[in-house]
Design a protein around this ligand. Sequence first.
Ligand code: SIN
Ligand code: FE2
Length: 202
Amino acid sequence: MLVLPKGLRHIPGHLDRAAQERLVDAIRGVVAQAPFYRPEMPRTGKPLSVRMTNCGELGWVTDRAGYRYQPHHPVTGEPWPPIPDMLMDLWREFCPEARPPQACLVNFYDVTAKMGLHQDRDEQDLTAPVLSVSLGDACLFRIGGTERGQPTRSFRLESGDIVVLGGPSRLLFHGVDRIYPTTSALLRDGGRINLTLRRVTA
Ligand code: SIN
Ligand code: FE2
């Protein structure tokens, strides 16, 4: 058995296929209003391999100017659409003590995309957990310690899985090493969507 750090929860297969389909439909609605854009690394402007959009009153964005939360889409200038009810329900279920989420980052990974090890620390409120939902192709998720260079381990996340980073695990380094192509038929053209819900302001 894999023993996870305290405060890190992995709930495999929490959403069944029907719930995953409903959530994908809701996300299609979000993307119709707030299209995926290609985020860039601060300073260098090097594009990330993941495409991003957001819903909620705030969205996490990154470009040459840096990492930040802002209330509007960086390309269209429009406000982000609201967080779908299904996600608000998951937050109430898994993060009952936290105030409501303000941001939901929507990441799309094509089968070649990955995400380097990082901490989620652009939020003022670090007491609220980060809740993430995986949809589509499986990935190899890596988790480390609270400092870069500490040992890491990896495990697979499948469509419908939920991960909660809370309490002493809130600031653990994490990333996505790779996507496993054709491991899910949920998304017609393959790839993986990850949704992360966060409380931002203190
Ligand atoms: C993230 O850390 O923003 C994404 C994590 C994931 O894709 O599972
Ligand atoms: Fe993250």
